[in-house]
Each structure stands twice: as structure tokens, then as C-alpha cells.
Write a protein that binds this ligand. Structure first.
Ligand SMILES: [Zn+2]
Length: 247
């Protein structure tokens, strides 16, 4: 508490947030090193993908945080219209409540694990991170009949406990190389589309969200133009598993 008081007295809000906020490990422990529990080691390492070096013009679209009622069906509609696959990183608690939104609609798509509650897994110990992932793994199996093999940590935050939990479960970890910048392109879906058309390279992984506040509609509204533009440049859209098989 003393540190917090001093920080509040002497620093600006941003700095205090950086010292004490959710992007820092908790002062009282919980941030596990990867191999502090050798009983949990299955492979001694995990693959962390953020880009696929390849000569093939392939790109993977990924959508996080669904399924939620307002946007997920609209993103699925847009992808159906364009007939392109994507990878959806589902939040387990959202799936539990809204499985009907995605059941039977993910045939061309891949599904990944984005934790149960969208907590910052880097602030949890091994048991906590595992619970988040296992509960979601089971929900995806139960509702969608899929055996998931890839996770993306909320906020892209990786702690040792998350890496170890992924190892235990035989998961790969997926981050990203490009993302939709909804804030920079507010009310400018064409600009967002252009930005990605110009910056995507063979093997890129694009992060977007099919849930959240109204700004996320920029992602939705830019999708048709972005897909068309990249197709014109010779790109093929693939799931993450397909991306990783590209040479
Ligand atoms: Zn997320």
C-alpha cells in the first residue's frame, strides 16, 4: 500500500496505471515461472506463433472474444458472403451462454481457446490458468464437438503459468502480426481496409474482435473491402492450422 500511496502522490495517472495496473504481475505472487511444477511439463516447450514465414500468399483472419449476440452473427454472415475461413478464439463463458449463435456455423472456420472469463492469465498461477483453459476446452467440445489445439491469451499477455498450462494441454499459442485499429480508423472502414491491404504479407495473422463496443463495427464494415482487396492481390485466406502448414 505504501508503494501505491507514493505512486499516487508523485506520478501521473498513466504511470500509476503502468506500475499498479493489470499489465503488471501482482505484488503478492501468482506469477509462475514456466517450469515451477515439473509434474505439469508434457513437452518441455510450446510453439508460439505470430507469423508464418512462407512464400505462399496466405493470410489468417482471427476473431477474439465471442460469441456474443450483437456482432458474432454479423461477422459470420460477412465471412459466409465472402466465402473465406477464419479462426475464432472463443471465450468459454460467452460460449456457454450463446452457443446457439455459432452452432452449425463454424464449419469452414477453426476454433481456438481464449480462456473462460477473459481474465489476464499472466496474473494467475498454474492452477488458475489451467482452470480457465480446461473449462473452455470442455465447453467447446460439448457445444461444438471440436477438440481445440490452440489458445490465445487475453490481451496477448503470457506468463510462465500460461505457457506451462498450454504445454500440459498440448496446445500451441497464437499471437498476431497485424490487427484492426478500430480507434485509429473510427468511422473510416475504407481506411482500415486499405491499411491492412497495404501491410499484410504472406504468412500474416490478423487480429480482430467479433465482440465489444461500437468501434468494433469498423472491423465488420471494413471486412468486405479488405477481403476483396487482398484477394485481388492474390492472397488466399486460411485457418491458423492451414497457415502453419504453408511453406
Ligand atoms: Zn480477448
Amino acid at each position: 500500500m505504501a508503494a501505491g500511496g507514493a505512486a499516487t502522490a508523485f506520478a501521473g495517472t498513466d504511470q500509476v496505471k503502468h506500475w499498479l495496473g493489470w499489465d503488471r504481475p501482482p505484488l503478492g505472487g501468482g506469477y509462475a515461472s514456466a517450469a515451477d511444477n515439473l509434474g505439469a511439463v508434457a513437452h518441455g516447450g510450446v510453439k508460439i506463433h505470430y507469423f508464418q514465414p512462407t512464400a505462399e500468399k496466405v493470410v489468417a483472419l482471427t476473431f477474439d472474444d465471442g460469441p456474443l449476440p450483437d456482432y458474432t452473427p454479423r461477422f459470420l454472415d460477412a465471412l459466409d458472403t465472402a466465402q473465406v475461413p477464419a479462426t475464432f478464439f472463443l471465450v468459454g463463458s460467452h460460449l456457454e451462454e450463446h452457443a446457439d449463435l455459432v452452432r452449425g456455423r463454424l464449419d469452414r472456420h477453426e476454433v481456438g481457446n481464449h480462456s473462460w472469463s477473459h481474465d489476464d492469465l499472466a496474473t494467475l498461477d498454474l492452477d488458475g490458468a489451467r482452470r480457465e483453459l480446461e473449462r473452455t476446452h470442455e465447453a467447446i467440445k460439448r457445444h461444438l464437438g471440436r477438440e481445440v489445439t490452440v489458445m490465445r491469451p487475453p490481451y496477448g499477455h503470457l506468463g510462465g503459468s500460461t505457457v506451462l498450462a498450454a504445454d500440459t494441454m498440448g496446445y500451441d499459442i497464437a499471437l498476431w502480426s497485424h490487427q484492426m485499429h478500430e480507434r485509429n480508423f473510427a468511422d473510416d472502414p475504407a481506411g482500415q481496409a486499405r491499411n491492412l491491404i497495404e501491410t499484410v504479407r504472406p504468412g500474416s495473422i490478423v487480429l480482430a474482435h467479433d465482440a465489444g463496443d461500437k468501434r468494433r463495427l469498423i472491423a465488420l464494415n471494413s471486412l468486405p473491402a479488405m477481403i476483396a482487396g487482398l484477394k485481388t492481390r492474390g492472397y488466399e485466406f486460411v485457418t491458423l492450422s492451414e497457415l502453419w502448414r504453408s511453406k
